[in-house]
Design a protein around this ligand. Structure first.
Ligand code: PRX
Length: 658
């Protein structure tokens, strides 16, 4: 039905044989009542009280949902709460002060445990320091830290004083950091001297310094000394040492600021169709309720669990399911700084074994790597503590799904394939592990209360078995409220396409294509817009293209996604040069540099192909779809609109060359 542009995969993912939830799991699960779908549907939107009840409110809300200004919905209005208090303080009062909150596993084998009490002390000292440095309620604080404990600590310190955080993934470039700080008018930065990458010291502060040079406003900076003597650094004007600040304010506490439910908790930049990063705004009450509820209902997290989401806190998965969801529930969250294959390919399983992890959540790109490395690595360890496995970030096809369940889960645990986005805040599509059958290759139905619909171009629901656009017909608590400084863009990016404002009928458009089956299970097929999903990370093709056209000598470029191993996507860049730039290697190097500078090393194309011209329509538009088909070795379809059909054969020949 839907014309997909082929990013991600084009071959249909067949779903594997359905599997029932194991009875041992069902007996202990948080949510077991099959009526929950119906009761949420009948009692909507008040059904979401169930999520809000997982939190402690300073003042109860008056209204669950206010929808008079759609699509700018407001949840739990009148309510007041503080996210850090919910994630830290209330667990102390509940007699769990010495319960482990964070178990940190460093890259070099270091291990640290922060109890809830430790977290309380640390976040209070940092919150005091931030206040002393001038941070006021509603000031946006940017955090540019790798996976070290100071990252969640500083996030919670911001939340404590009502200062929205803006975490920028540590692997992003100086330019990308500057763009995000500028767009967010952020005058405070928390960063570190550097971190270890495969055993080597890597300088983070120089990137932060370069970003500051690009900004027109002053930036107060706090620097965590992570590397000590391995990478000495000097602090300049307006720069403060994190540990010294903590020492200065040892034992100080700050009353958590009581925030309106609709006050901003954080913003997070992500890739959109325009090429400009979009600052997605999340609020305190709705977001926190939704992440807590889904950690409880989908990931089945219990306060006494040791839970591990192997993602980076620099992206939404880590915000929602390393920090806010698990800590709101008072569980122990594992935080891992390193990579899955260092020092050896059994590193993750060694961590699961040693910490007796109950619930493990990761991305298909990692699962495919584990499968490729082979079962010998998990087999070295006792993984019998695992009760539930989760997958997020990309489609997972039945083979890796089954492998994951068999070799990591011992064949007998539920696997939840959770579909959601930076903009949805928390999981929106998944099976409930103790209620629903699992179908490998299909994420599942919309969660209770989430009205997911797969529609055609006209917005009509498609028949089972057909593909269409993934939309959501009703609001939900964790949804983005707007884009920072961009109400209009928020409407045009997500709402205009399928909504009918005259009829007050609002439909959220996710930008994904999906197929739905007769049981309402979705198989997500990938993006339909100019965003590609590489290793579970959203990258805008336009952003990469603009970094390429910045290179002297580049005339034109088109960036497309190519399916790699099942479920994976890699970046192909087609480039034509101006006359006189014949040294392709020099241009190629400059392109790689430019992309690394503008975005970061992970956005580097797998292949950069030079071509005298790009295929164009008679009206002069680059035919990206055709380039995708060529890259994927697929049938080219209708090429009659092409002005320069002869170029196609040349490009195909070059693709086949290696
Ligand atoms: O294309 C979908 C894919 O990841 C996109 C969201 O990316 P981001 O905002 O970075 O958030 C990633 C983690 C939530 C979606 O539009 N995606 C996410 N989960 C799945 C998925 N695709 C298929 N199956 C999933 N389970």
């Amino acid at each position: 039905m839907v014309e997909r542009n082929g990013r991600g995969r084009d071959h249909p993912v067949l779903t594997g044989a359905p599997r029932s939830p194991p009875s041992a799991f069902v007996e202990q699960a948080n949510v077991t009542d099959p009526e929950i779908y119906e009761s949420f549907a009948e009692n909507w939107p008040e059904c979401w009280d169930r999520a809000a009840e997982l939190l402690s409110w300073d003042r109860s809300y008056e209204t669950v949902l206010e929808d008079d200004d759609a699509p700018f919905y407001r949840w739990f209005t009148g309510g007041k709460l503080n996210a850090a208090e919910n994630c830290v303080d209330r667990h102390l009062e509940a007699g769990r002060k010495n319960h482990a909150a964070i178990r940190w596993e460093g890259k070099r084998g270091e291990r640290e445990v922060y109890t809830y009490r430790d977290l309380y002390v640390a976040t209070n000292e940092v919150a005091t320091a931030l206040r002393e440095l001038g941070v006021e309620e509603d000031d946006v604080v940017t955090i540019y830290l790798p996976m070290i404990p100071e990252l969640p600590i500083t996030m919670l310190a911001c939340a404590r004083i009502g200062a929205p955080h803006n975490v920028v993934f540590a692997g992003l470039s100086a330019d990308a950091l500057a763009t995000r700080m500028d767009a967010a008018d952020s005058e405070y930065l928390l960063t570190c001297d550097g971190y270890y990458r495969r055993g080597n010291a890597f300088n983070q502060k120089s990137k932060a310094d370069n970003a500051r040079l690009k900004l027109e406003h002053d930036v107060r900076t706090v620097v965590v000394d992570r590397l000590g003597e391995d990478l000495p650094h000097v602090l300049g004007d307006d720069e403060y040492d994190y540990h010294e600040l903590r020492e200065t304010f040892t034992g100080e506490t700050v009353e958590p600021v009581s925030r309106d439910a609709e006050d901003m908790l954080f913003l997070m930049y992500t890739s959109g169709t325009t090429g400009e990063p979009k600052g997605v705004v999340h609020t305190t009450g709705g977001y926190l309720s939704h992440v807590a509820w889904t950690a409880h209902a989908v990931l089945d997290v219990k306060p006494d669990d040791t839970y591990w989401c192997a993602a980076d806190i620099g992206w939404i998965t880590g915000h929602s399911y390393i920090v806010y969801g698990p800590l709101a529930l008072g569980t122990t969250t594992v935080m891992y700084e390193g990579t899955p294959d260092y020092p050896d390919r059994d590193r993750l399983w060694e961590i699961v074994d040693r910490n007796a992890v109950d619930v493990f959540y990761t991305a298909p790109t990692a699962i495919r790597a584990f499968m490729k490395w082979g079962e010998e690595y998990p087999n070295r360890h006792d993984l019998s503590s695992l009760r539930l496995l989760g997958s997020v970030g990309e489609p997972i096809s039945p083979r890796p799904w089954n492998w994951y369940r068999e070799h990591i889960g011992g064949g007998d645990v539920p696997v939840v394939d959770t579909w959601w986005q930076t903009e949805t805040g928390a999981v929106t599509v998944s099976t409930l592990p103790a209620v629903d059958e699992m179908k490998p290759g299909a994420a599942g139905p919309g969660l209770p209360g989430i009205d997911v619909r797969v529609v055609d171009d006209a917005g009509e629901e498609v028949e089972p078995g057909e593909s269409g656009y993934l939309t959501i017909a009703r609001p939900w608590p964790g949804m983005a409220r707007t884009l920072y400084d961009g109400d209009e863009q928020f409407r045009s990016e997500y709402w205009d396409r399928f909504s009918d404002p005259d009829a007050d009928d609002w439909r959220y458009f996710s930008g994904d294509a999906a197929r739905i089956d007769e049981d309402g299970y979705l198989t997500v097929l990938g993006r339909v817009d100019d965003v590609i999903n590489v290793s579970g990370r959203r990258l805008s093709t336009m952003e990469i293209e603009s970094a390429i056209t910045d290179v002297p000598g580049v005339a034109e470029t088109a960036v497309v996604g190519r399916s790699s191993e099942p479920g994976g996507t890699e970046i192909y860049a087609y480039v034509s040069t101006e006359g006189g730039y014949d040294d392709e290697n020099a241009v190629r190097e400059a392109i790689v540099d430019s992309i690394e500078t503008a975005i970061g090393p992970f956005a580097r194309p797998t292949r950069i192909l030079f071509t005298p011209e790009l295929p164009k329509t008679r009206s002069g538009k680059i035919m990206r779809r055709l380039l995708e088909n060529i890259s994927n070795g697929e049938d080219l379809g209708d090429t009659s609109a092409l002005r320069n059909p002869e170029i196609v054969g040349e490009i195909q020949a070059e693709i086949l060359e290696d």
